[in-house]
Write a protein that binds this ligand. Structure first.
Ligand SMILES: [Zn+2]
Length: 96
């Protein structure tokens, strides 16, 4: 049919602009050894729930855990930056 929009062509916004639906956020952190290392935090959205890991609660206890992003930084700031990037990438696409 003429004038119909192909749904597949439509730009889809992610459900979560904090993690872009990956569930995790990778951020750089200065280690005690003086260099930057990539660390992982989990998101507050349902996708992030699958990354809940608390080493001390595991059968094989460890000191490792995946912190919630809100413990590390302001997720609003991350979402704002991700949205800006996403918008710039998609604004010229059809169906936006
Ligand atoms: Zn998320």
């Amino acid at each position: 049919m003429k004038g119909m929009i192909d749904k597949k062509e439509k730009v889809k916004a992610p459900n979560c602009f904090i993690c872009m639906d990956t569930g995790i956020i990778i951020y750089p952190e200065l280690t005690q050894f003086g260099y930057m290392a990539d660390k992982v935090a989990r998101c507050t959205c349902p996708k992030g729930n699958q990354y809940i890991y608390e080493g001390k609660d595991c059968k094989q206890k460890s000191i490792y855990r995946i912190p919630l992003i809100t413990e590390i930084m302001d997720p609003v700031e991350i979402a704002r930056n991700n949205y800006k990037e996403w918008y710039e990438r998609n604004k010229n696409r059809e169906g936006f």
